[in-house]
Design a protein around this ligand. Structure first.
Ligand SMILES: CCCCCCCCCCCC(=O)SCCNC(=O)CCNC(=O)[C@H](O)C(C)(C)COP(=O)(O)OP(=O)(O)OC[C@H]1O[C@@H](n2cnc3c(N)ncnc32)[C@H](O)[C@@H]1OP(=O)(O)O
Length: 243
């Protein structure tokens, strides 16, 4: 059972300087991240299972003891090498155009992607203008002993804040991201995140976020997301066509 205290509910608080974005627009902008759909067929379900097995493999390799049985390590290295070759010989996404389901971030992202073994994976949830997320980082993410590497601390914020920028009514790219690591982020226990847009000016959206472990604030972040000029021109052309 989780010992995490519920995070404060801010979903009904309007922030000054942030436009009201209709719920259907928010849902559309967030659909590449959340909600995570059920696999659309047995192939995708098998791919998710493979990714989960690969996560366990990576953690087991990280923890394998160099002072243990060297012959056993050489033997499993041969097996894993054969396995990698078997997987590479299967039909590959390099060989066809990806479809919409392949392209979704909840499928392919290195933070939330069910099919990406690099992803813990984080779980995301939309709560009005606030994005909430949680993740458990295994031993593969270790930086300081027993603690999450700072680069992964920042990467997790980038993902959660990348979704939260939808609160501006459109999506952009991370222009800057500042993370204050107040305490180290623990491995092997649930870390909770919340993120929201605080200000919007034209194609720029400022987003803040916080992370908690055991209900205690461990880090917070501020970032600027900018919709690229080329996409703004496309938006304007589409809007002119619809007018
Ligand atoms: C898109 C769909 C995704 C949809 C999918 C989204 C996936 C999100 C995943 C998580 C997010 C990521 O990891 S995104 C990947 C990591 N980020 C990146 O690779 C971004 C690399 N940088 C860029 O591509 C570019 O620099 C942009 C897009 C950020 C801005 O380029 P631009 O469109 O030419 O805009 P530009 O004219 O330079 O600047 C516009 C305004 O923003 C300000 N500005 C620009 N950069 C900065 C900055 N670092 N710090 C302060 N301010 C800045 C300028 O001063 C200017 O203000 P003013 O003079 O108008 O006042």
């Amino acid at each position: 059972m989780s010992t995490i205290e519920p995070l404060p509910d801010k979903s009904s608080e309007a922030s000054p300087g942030v436009p009201e974005v209709p719920a259907d627009v928010l849902a559309e902008l967030r659909s590449t991240w959340t909600p995570r759909p059920a696999p659309d067929g047995p192939g995708r379900a098998a791919r998710h299972r493979l990714a989960e097995a690969a996560r366990r493999l990576v953690e087991a390799v990280k923890l394998a003891d160099a002072e243990g049985d060297a012959d056993a390590l050489q033997s499993v290295a041969d097996d894993v090498s054969d396995l990698a070759a078997r997987i590479a010989a299967l039909p590959s996404l390099r060989d066809r155009e990806p479809n919409l389901a392949d392209l979704q971030l909840h499928e392919r992202s290195p933070l939330v992607g069910a099919a990406n073994p690099l992803a813990p994976p984080m779980e995301l949830e939309a709560d009005g203008p606030v994005i909430r997320a949680h993740a458990v980082f295994n031993a593969a993410y270790e930086g300081p002993l027993g603690r999450v590497h700072g680069g992964y601390v920042a990467a997790a914020f980038d993902e959660v804040m990348g979704v939260a920028q939808s609160g501006s009514g459109r999506l952009g790219m991370t222009a800057y991201l500042t993370v204050r690591m107040k305490r180290s982020t623990p491995l092997h226990e649930r870390v909770d995140y919340e993120a929201e847009v605080t200000r919007v000016e034209g194609r720029k959206a400022w987003v803040t976020a916080r992370s908690y472990a055991g209900g205690v604030l461990v880090a917070d972040a501020e970032g600027l997301f900018v919709r690229p000029r080329a996409l703004v021109l496309q938006d304007e052309a589409r809007a002119a066509g619809e007018a």
